[in-house]
Write a protein that binds this ligand. Structure first.
Ligand code: ADP
Ligand code: MG
Length: 241
């Protein structure tokens, strides 16, 4: 579903150049639930933004759902994003002056679905997230966990093949974080591929596979079952942050 071959990314600011990604190799199959770990500034968000067609890479090949992503203009990128991808962010990115139902319905607005139909579908997703009673509330009236559930409902409404989440629990307490991970796990069970950026071990441990970024490359890429076996044998020491 997501194949990255020798992906490089350099940021240029003024006279400075920052080579953030230095040859990333990753292959994620449809239906996998994968986390990306690494210290702050290791390029996790940069990688997720490239995968999410929000940013471009400088070198290497990126295949999304079998398509080579190359020289894509913003219109085309937006089309692919709408068709294939759902996003969940640390800061929820909800529209403050729209109520919960309208926030969830927004992706359908961009697909020219009429108001009545999109609101009806939004209500189904709100129900699935346990937010039916909150449909006419503004984001500011919701708790952090409710806001993130709302954002997940919005991500799901366009039936994406892939959910990309950048620190989805970064603004939540640990119990709420686990509840959000439960929901993401449920969503993954429906076959949606999931890539979750986090710097928290507890969160990464809830995924099936962990990819560690360090110094611009994939330092480790381990299936979680395998990871536990390694840890028991103390073959690797796992960094925590
Ligand atoms: P992470 O998500 O792992 O914390 P990022 O991918 O956000 O790391 O950033 C990696 C490095 O690239 C950091 O040093 C950051 O300051 C830098 N960086 C990120 N985005 C930009 C940008 N748009 N312009 C210049 N530098 C950037
Ligand atoms: Mg980041």
């Amino acid at each position: 579903m997501i194949r990255l071959e020798n992906i490089h990314k350099t940021y240029a600011t003024g006279n400075n150049k920052l080579h953030v990604l230095k040859g990333i190799e990753v292959n994620i199959n449809e239906g996998e639930m994968v986390s990306v770990m690494g210290s702050s500034g290791s390029g996790k968000s940069t990688l997720l933004n490239i995968v999410g067609l929000l940013d471009t890479h400088d070198e290497g090949d990126y295949f999304l759902d079998g398509m080579l992503i190359k020289n894509m203009n913003e219109t085309k990128a937006a089309q692919y994003r709408n068709k294939l991808l759902g996003f969940v962010f640390q800061s929820f990115n909800l529209i403050p002056f729209k109520n919960a139902m309208e926030n969830v319905a927004l992706p359908l607005y961009y697909q020219n679905v009429g108001r009545k139909k999109r609101n009806r579908i939004a209500m189904e997703y709100l129900e699935r997230m346990g937010l039916l009673d909150w449909a006419d509330h503004l984001p500011s009236e919701l708790s952090g966990g409710q806001k993130q559930r709302l954002a997940i409902a919005r991500a799901l409404i366009s039936k994406p093949k892939v959910i990309l989440a950048d620190e989805p629990t970064g603004a939540l307490d640990s119990q709420t974080s686990m509840e959000v991970m439960d929901i993401l796990k449920e969503v993954n069970k429906d076959g949606i591929t999931m890539l979750i950026v986090t710097h928290e071990r507890d969160i990464a441990n809830r995924t099936d596979r962990i990819i560690w970024l360090k110094d611009g490359i994939v330092e480790k890429d381990i299936f979680n079952g395998e990871l536990k076996a390694y840890k028991e044998r103390k073959l690797i020491s796992v960094e925590t942050k």
